[in-house]
Design a protein around this ligand. Structure first.
Ligand code: BES
Ligand code: MN
Ligand code: ZN
Length: 501
């Protein structure tokens, strides 16, 4: 989908979209349209009891006096409450409507809204951003052109009095959207195409965004003693990889210590020898979601030229059962030197992250580490698909993450990690076991396991994104499928707290 900015006009397009604040006068464009339609817009508003409540839509088909097929009036709610986030969600909402109407071309008039702190160019840019996030489609494997009824929107023109100003506000937002799209693409790829080496290659493309990308091969990982990660990988015909990405955007006078993001990248999780039931196993192609977010986030930070130094580290493996696979009861030695009894080969994500977290902390001594992982089914039981689980050893970082999540609508909920849960993973014959003793709180024991690979001087947060990485239904800013949850959240975390002015 193409999004362009242009001057206000009444083009002969499929859909002509105009805004209306709640119980307020019509915008300039709406007044002009109503006049051309000889009052039909106002009559339709009355007939449909259109008040301009946020999200309310009024579609007028084949409007007399106009070339457009439809005029669509969109309620923005109270002018005072119309902020950038509301504009983004509304842009997504409008795009959802255009999609369901099967429209191919549309133009939206972004007039100023009285009472709102937003300038018209802000409204234009943020609505465009929301529309682009919702308009994403993964159609790489569609070989036939879509039927007319499901035809996709080709071009959305956002009309505003100052298109060049809107364009410059939109530019960094488009950079973030590109990060989200990269994540969604990666998460949507099937596991026969996207195995560890291929995912590493896709990460290498970040080179074009001026990100330094290193790929650690198995030999190097063996040298470093990453026995936990390698144990998971050993059952697969595909070799593991670890990818290290560095974005250096901090100005020279700034603190150069990087912030760090770490992702679980299990390109397919069969469970290994502790094999999963077959129903729904196809979902485990998105068990690399955490790594997908880290890769997409790096692109977002680079494309909007964030004034910060950030590293992203992803551990990439495929978890398969085979003659060479790890067995329940095997004991592995992690890079940290700590030993782990692998009682369940399906609790593999924590094994991968154990070495990825340790490596990141050891090499970069970062200001903080945030890891993301589709780690436990138990977090879906706890929080469903509305919020991701937040496990954190630092009060300040907790607050920053919670706030960022609320701002962008990628919400978190704090979960406990106090030490009373820790004994659950103590083991009789090794330093720890990779599952709890079966007393519930599966997401917490998983987090406690990870914490054993983080020193207590490093602020660390773990986001369990198992419930939010894939969406079975459309949301305001998210079509069905891979959500990219985490990219906008962490981008905002950085923007609000970790950029040098
Ligand atoms: N990748 C799964 C977690 C998961 C489940 C993600 C469903 C998304 C949807 C993870 O590797 C796993 O298998 N976890 C086990 C842990 C258990 C064996 C302690 C689980 O949650 O059942
Ligand atoms: Mn598993
Ligand atoms: Zn997994």
């Amino acid at each position: 989908m193409d999004i362009t900015f242009a001057k206000l006009s009444h083009p002969s397009v499929g859909g002509l979209i105009t805004l209306a604040a709640e119980n307020a006068g019509l915008t300039v464009t709406a007044v002009q349209l109503d006049r051309k339609m000889r009052g039909a817009l106002k009559r339709a508003m009355e007939a449909e009891k259109f008040t301009g409540k946020n999200g309310q839509l009024l579609v007028i088909l084949a409007p007399a006096g106009l070339r457009a097929d439809r005029v669509i009036l969109v309620g923005v709610g109270k002018g005072k409450a119309f902020d950038s986030g509301t504009a983004e969600r509304l842009g997504g909402h409008v795009l959802g409507k255009l999609k369901s109407l099967g429209m191919r071309h549309a133009a939206l008039a972004a007039d100023p809204i009285s009472g709102s702190a937003l300038e018209a160019s802000d409204i234009a840019a943020h609505m465009a951003y929301g529309a682009s996030l919702r308009g994403y489609q993964f159609d790489r494997y569609k070989t036939k052109r879509p039927k007319a009824s499901t035809a996709r929107l080709r071009k959305l023109t956002i009309m505003t009095s100052n298109p060049s100003k809107a364009r410059s506000t939109y530019k960094p937002l488009a950079g973030i959207a590109n990060g989200v799209f990269l994540t969604r693409n990666l998460v949507s790829e099937p596991a026969n195409i996207l195995f560890p080496a291929e995912l590493a290659d896709r990460a290498k493309a970040l080179h074009d965004d001026k990100i330094k990308v290193e790929v650690l091969m198995p030999t190097k990982m063996r040298e470093l003693g990453m026995g936990a990660l390698l144990g998971v990988a050993q059952g697969s015909a595909h070799e593991p990889r670890m990818v290290v990405m560095q974005w250096q955007g901090a100005p020279s006078h700034a603190d150069q210590t990087p912030i760090a993001f770490v992702g679980k990248g299990v390109t397919f999780d069969t469970g290994g020898i502790s094999i999963k039931p077959s129903a729904g196993m196809e979902d485990m192609k998105w068990d690399m979601g955490g790594s997908g977010v880290v890769i997409g986030l790096m692109r977002a930070l680079a494309q909007r030229k964030a004034r910060t130094n950030a590293v992203g580290v992803v551990g990439l493996v495929e978890n398969m059962p085979s003659g060479t696979a790890q067995r329940p009861g095997d004991i592995v030695t992690s890079m940290s030197g700590q030993t782990i009894e692998v009682l369940n080969t399906d609790a593999e994500g924590r094994l991968v992250l154990a070495d990825a977290l340790w490596y990141t902390q050891d090499r970069f001594k970062p200001r903080f580490m945030v890891d993301l992982a589709t780690l436990t089914g138990a977090i879906i039981v706890s929080l469903g698909n509305k919020r991701a689980g937040l496990f954190c050893n630092d009060e300040g970082l907790t607050q920053q993450l919670m706030a960022a999540g609320e701002m962008v609508g990628e919400k978190l909920w704090p979960m406990p990690i106090d030490d009373t849960y820790d004994a659950d993973i103590d083991c009789d014959i090794a330093d720890m076991k990779n599952i709890g003793s079966g007393r519930g709180a599966g997401s917490v024991t998983a987090a406690k396991f990870l914490q054993r690979f983080v020193n207590n001087r490093t602020p660390w947060a773990h986001l369990d994104i198992a419930g939010v990485t894939w969406s079975k239904k459309e949301q305001m800013l998210v079509p069905k499928g891979g959500t990219g949850f985490g990219v906008r959240l962490l981008d905002r975390l950085v923007a609000e707290n970790y950029e040098t002015q």
